[in-house]
Design a protein around this ligand. Structure first.
Ligand code: GAL
Length: 664
């Protein structure tokens, strides 16, 4: 059997058969089929049932679960159970537990209680993965795998354990070769931090005040590499024992502690877990936004992650063969983990799923099948109530499955005209040394992304590589900290409009200010030099002559020959500069300014954009254009699109409604 790309988009669900009596399983499977579900993820937390005693496997329940699901024609996504090592294993090797920043061991009693650097635990993961893969790897119903569950969740990428210390020293020695090279790279002459050997180096924690940003950056790089290596152990085993089955991992939202592009080198499918209301509640400290989008979530946050993880799904397979899924989708009901857990607005649950399909998802899996009646997640809604009766999510799932049948959309990857660079190292560099409390690479990228979405443009998120940037009309690089000379040459040769800044190209690979001053290698394309950056509190923005502000950040620069000043700040300093096809933004625009900058760049690049009503978003997918209303009022889009081309819905969009038109 081979799997590979699905030709039709479809629905899935996360299921825990082990939580319910076996005589219920057939009913569950029948109900799944009736709701149009095709894929069922199981197994990812069940290690203590798979191996109740060390070395004694009990596959009976899992065999029977495979049989029931398979008899109903359902496809199985099998999770490796390594996010929840059993108690006996932790007792056997207690030093596998992660250690927090405070030096305290993070103990058994919940989940993710392991340190990525612990090689003994990695060997145990290899053992259970091999056992699972040998038993189920060629089962006809098995279609995909999931490695572990949400790497890094509950703040677990970084561990300050003895294993991490040993591993870090070795990693540094491999990277630098000599201690002198490390001392130079880190700038250790500063504050007399010269080391005589790699054995003297500690983890960047517990010092009196800040450690060198280069030390912190390397610890982030090291920790990220451990996640990659941990995942690769499982991927390699699965690939060897289970040919033709796609290997996936479920990433998270707004999570940047490891390099997801790097982990994706060993994955066939990138997936992520989308909880729009949880993210809004948890991540956005903006009261206005919270009120406005309470029932539907941020109109751009999930969409950004769809695009980011689509890019991850393309790392191994190539641009046109990328695969990505939603592995866990919030059902149309409250969660258990938000600061507050509101009910989704009517229609929001459907909008979320279509936003993912519009972005090319193969499968959207709901989390979870049935709300549990006990334990940690008993207050998290599922498709079924705890008593087994259908809840709102069950009915919605059935409705969406029918809509999918009608629209017959294929998952798609493709290449958008507009690309936006998101780079994990830039995030780590800014985390390791923040010029202002509210600055992050991701935040700056998200602001740019939202402006592009407000202009109705479909975007690819890309890593900073020549291959990913090729064939675009416009490439945005907001706050891309290290811009290599090769990347600049590739961008230049591609003929795309390049939109850089603020502070793009400011750092070298050792987290030091670039030679010749920022914007570093970009100076090949624009003769400017940044001599100072200035950050301010939100109440003191930098006003722009054409309207809007730089929000809390601006670059002070000198301007050389052949550079046009496109916009200024009200105090006369340059705001937007242009040289040939490169635009440089000398600050972080608020929404008003950012919309103007983005539209200027799109016009220059010959990319069509829309002046959309507030809260309307558009997404093109091949021959289909999806239109979403994230607002509370009805919006009439009949002036913009032709009613005759409708593939789904109505162009008079109610609150949280979705429409789809065929584009020619
Ligand atoms: C995810 C996790 C699931 C479940 C879910 C609840 O982060 O992968 O196991 O806990 O959240 O929303």
């Amino acid at each position: 059997m081979t799997t590979g790309h699905l030709t039709r988009q479809t629905m899935g669900v996360c299921y825990y058969p082990e939580h319910w009596p076996e005589d219920r399983w057939v009913t569950d499977a029948e109900m799944m089929v009736a709701a149009g579900i095709s894929h069922v993820r199981i197994g990812e937390f069940a290690w203590s049932l798979m191996e109740p005693e060390p070395g004694q496997y009990d596959w009976g329940w899992l065999d029977r679960s495979f049989e029931v699901l398979s008899n109903h024609g359902l496809k199985i996504v099998l999770g490796t159970p390594t996010a929840t090592p059993p108690k006996w294993l932790v007792d056997q090797m207690p030093d596998m537990l992660p250690v927090g920043k405070d030096g305290n061991v993070r103990g058994f009693g919940s989940r993710r209680h392991y340190c990525f650097s612990h090689l003994g635990y990695r060997a145990e993961c290899a053992r259970i993965t091999t056992a699972l893969a040998e038993r189920y790897g060629n089962h006809p119903a098995l279609s995909e795998w999931q490695t572990d569950n949400e790497y890094g969740c509950h703040d677990t990428t970084y561990s300050y354990s003895q294993s991490a210390l040993v591993g870090f020293r070795k990693w540094l020695e491999d990277r630098y070769g000599t201690i002198d090279a490390l001392n130079n790279a880190w700038g250790n002459v500063f504050w007399s931090l010269i080391y005589r050997s790699f054995e003297e180096i500690e983890l960047p924690v517990g010092a009196v005040t800040q450690t060198s940003p280069a030390h912190q950056l390397d610890f982030r790089r090291y920790s990220s590499d451990q996640v990659v290596a941990f995942n690769k152990v499982q991927s390699d085993i699965i690939r060897a024992h289970s040919p033709g089955r796609g290997i996936s991992h479920n990433f998270m939202g707004k999570y940047t502690d490891f390099d997801h592009y790097a982990v994706s080198q060993d994955l066939d499918i990138a997936t992520w877990d989308a909880y729009p209301l949880g993210f809004l509640e948890r991540e956005i400290g903006d009261e206005e936004k919270l009120k406005r989008y309470m029932g539907v979530g941020d109109p751009d946050f999930d969409a950004f992650h769809h695009d980011l993880y689509r890019a991850c799904g393309q790392v191994r397979n190539g641009q046109d063969n990328g695969r990505w899924w939603i592995m866990e989708q919030q059902p149309p009901g409250p969660l258990n983990w938000g600061t507050f857990n509101p009910e989704p607005a009517p229609g929001a649950g459907r909008l979320w799923v279509w936003e993912a399909f519009a972005a090319g998802a193969e499968v959207v899996c709901y989390f979870r099948w049935r709300q549990p009646s006990n334990a940690q997640e008993q207050m998290h809604e599922g498709l079924l109530l705890p008593n087994g009766e259908p809840n709102a999510g069950y009915h919605l799932c059935g409705q969406i499955a029918k809509e999918l049948d009608a629209i017959q959309a294929a998952p798609s990857a493709g290449r958008a005209d507009v690309a936006l660079v998101f780079d994990y190292e830039s995030q780590w560099m800014l985390d390791a040394q923040k010029p202002a409390q509210d600055v992050s690479h991701l935040d700056t990228v998200l602001r740019t992304y939202s402006a592009l979405r407000r202009s109705g443009v479909s975007v690819d998120i890309i890593p900073p590589t020549a291959a990913a940037a090729a064939g675009r009309k416009a490439v945005f690089l907001p706050m891309l900290m290290e811009v290599t000379s090769d990347f600049v040459d590739a961008l230049d040769a591609s003929g795309a409009v390049i939109v850089a800044g603020p502070w793009s190209g400011a750092k070298n690979n050792n987290h030091a200010i670039v030679e010749g001053l920022p914007p570093g290698a970009l100076r090949k394309l624009i003769d400017i030099q940044i001599r100072r950056i200035e950050t301010r509190r939100p109440f003191a923005p930098f006003p722009l002559t054409d309207g809007g502000n730089f929000a809390g950040w601006r670059d002070h620069l000198i301007v050389g020959d052949g550079v046009e000043i496109v916009e200024t700040q009200t105090d006369g300093l340059p705001a937007v500069l242009q040289s040939g096809k490169l635009l440089y933004l000398a600050g972080r625009g608020d929404d008003v300014a950012q919309d103007r900058f983005v539209r200027h760049a799109l016009t220059l690049a010959g990319v069509d954009w829309f002046d959309l009503p507030d809260d309307i978003r558009i997404r093109d997918n091949g021959a289909l254009r999806y239109i979403f209303n994230y607002g509370k009022s009805t919006v009439d889009m009949t002036q913009v699109f032709e009613e005759s081309d409708l593939a789904m819905g109505s162009l008079v969009l109610d609150s949280c409604d979705v429409a789809c038109v065929r584009i020619t």
